[in-house]
Design a protein around this ligand. Structure first.
Ligand SMILES: Nc1ncnc2c1ncn2[C@@H]1O[C@H](COP(=O)(O)OP(=O)(O)OP(=O)(O)O)[C@@H](O)[C@H]1O
Length: 263
């Protein structure tokens, strides 16, 4: 869909082709700050959706609601099953904005094993998941390292591996490219392009969103104000500026790519 209007939704039903279905979601912090106001959002299985919006528009808050850490008003369902606040759902993975909030064990192996161990899996299955997740994230060589001694880019990919070890079907990435240098960011982009899960990626890195996502949702003032193809939403200068964002440089008519070719 490329309409800039928020998508209306039907009532939530058991539909496993929908990775996520959100209806009438509202949330207010105990301080009285109303962050989300009657949100509707659907993500199809295997869709990669970018979530953009100015600082404080509620992207992280939405993620905490989607994985049941916070309780709001309204309905959230993941692959056809309702999200109950406080109930652990291994099929929904959240990659934190700051990997230091996620990594706390003495070794990378322990951090990646932590989730599967809490699922009470057999030792061989835990070992297999740790190996597979580290390989998928391209960080097998870091297995025995101390997480807090890793570089920012290495921590980012280890934090992703720790989530992948839970074998989630829907992964929520909160600002994954923040603080990454060019090489680490490129590696992350290539990883996200090849990852098989449905994903919702919150980011201020609009060029990354353009490269990775099939669709973009713009959140502001507690509402979804646009939902559509990345080039259409992000390429709308008036819309972007009205919501404190900038049209990405690569969508400018005068943009030249690395070869010097004009776009
Ligand atoms: N625990 C809390 N108690 C009260 N208000 C909060 C709390 N956490 C966040 N907020 C407020 O809720 C609003 C939304 O914050 P949130 O972190 O969800 O936004 P965001 O879109 O992720 O921002 P950013 O792009 O800066 O990361 C902000 O005004 C923030 O100050």
């Amino acid at each position: 869909m490329t309409s800039l209007a928020p998508r209306p939704s039907q009532t939530i039903e058991t539909d496993v082709s929908r990775a996520l279905a959100v209806e009438h979601l509202s949330f207010c912090y105990p301080t009285g700050k109303q962050v989300l106001d009657d949100i509707f959002l659907e993500i199809r299985a295997n869709e990669r959706v970018g979530l953009v919006g100015p600082n404080g528009s509620g992207k992280t808050t939405l993620f905490l609601l989607l994985c049941g850490v916070l309780a709001g008003e309204g309905l959230i369902s993941v692959f056809g099953r309702q999200v109950i606040p406080g109930e652990f759902r291994p099929e929904v993975g959240l990659v934190f904005q700051n990997p230091d909030d996620q990594l706390f064990c003495p070794t990378v192996r322990d951090d990646v094993a932590f989730g599967p161990q809490n699922l009470q899996l057999a030792t061989e299955e835990i070992d297999r998941r740790v190996r597979d997740a580290l390989a998928l994230a391209g960080v097998s060589a870091l297995t025995e390292r101390v997480p807090h001694q890793l570089s920012g880019g290495e921590k980012c990919m280890v934090a992703i591996a720790a989530v992948l070890a839970m074998q989630p079907q829907l992964v929520l990435y909160d600002e994954p490219s923040a603080n990454l240098d060019l090489r680490a960011r490129r590696r992350l982009i290539e990883f996200l392009q090849s990852a098989r899960q449905s994903m919702l990626i919150s980011s201020h890195d609009l060029e990354m969103v353009l490269e990775v996502c099939d669709r973009v949702v713009l959140l502001d003032g507690g509402r979804i104000v646009a939902d559509g193809a990345p080039a259409v939403v992000l390429g709308n200068r008036a819309l972007m500026e009205a919501h404190g964002l900038e049209k990405p440089h690569s969508l400018s008519p005068h943009h030249r790519d690395a070869t010097g070719e004009q776009a």
